[in-house]
Design a protein around this ligand. Structure first.
Ligand SMILES: [Zn+2]
Length: 211
């Protein structure tokens, strides 16, 4: 049973009332249209679960504007069409093959706990969690891009992991079909929590720079 006098729950409900007043009272035309006609977002965002890097807040998105899948460290797993529980791949498939999005943004961020866990694993520190280690191991290949000499700063791994996720996206054959047809673009972005700055990956130079 939800205790509505709990401060955390009370804050959520206050936020919900503001949302409802804005999108169901003032902008009811938008939400009614979305409800009756369905969603047609142009963009898939693959983001981290981190509470400080919420894509809908970051991009000031309206309902229906972005299709989002979030997971620990904003990772894209490799294309593995077997009977495993591929939640992220299912979201990618729906966005690419059914919603027909035009853009996919892999959104990493600074001070990422998931990437820090990967960094610890690479350095041989034992993992005391059941699921985090095997999941962030998806990005281990990204660490190889930096050789064995990883320092305490996880930024380089965060950026490498974004590139690795883009590489994994390109392993999905129907996604590549749409890219080759020229109607789907991939973007690697990294959000700096300290500065509030958004950096984009340049596929030509391999570097990230503010946008
Ligand atoms: Zn994170």
């Amino acid at each position: 049973m939800t205790k509505v006098d709990d401060p955390a729950i009370r804050a959520l409900l206050a936020g919900y009332r503001s949302y409802k007043a804005l999108f169901y009272d003032k902008r009811g035309d938008l939400t009614r249209r979305l409800a009756s006609e369905g969603q047609q977002p142009n963009v898939l965002v693959i983001a981290c679960s981190d509470s400080r890097a919420d894509p809908a807040m970051l991009f000031n998105a309206d309902p229906g504007e972005i299709f989002v899948v979030r997971n620990v460290a904003a990772l894209v797993p490799p294309y593995e069409p077997d009977d495993g529980f591929h939640g992220v791949s299912a979201a990618i498939e729906f966005a690419v093959r059914d919603l027909m999005v035009s853009h996919i943004i892999v959104l990493g961020h600074s001070r990422c706990g998931g990437i820090a866990a990967l960094n610890e694993m690479v350095h041989g520190e034992p993992q005391e969690r059941e699921f985090i280690g095997p999941w962030v191991n998806v990005a281990r290949e990204a660490c190889a891009l930096h050789g064995a000499d990883l320092n305490e700063d996880t930024t380089s791994i965060e950026l490498a992991s974004i590139k690795n996720s883009i590489k994994n996206l390109k392993g999905f054959p129907w996604l590549m079909d749409r890219m080759n047809a020229g109607d789907l673009s991939l973007h690697g972005w990294w959000f700096d929590l300290d500065e509030g700055a958004l950096h984009a990956h340049d596929a030509k130079t391999g570097q990230f720079s503010p946008i």
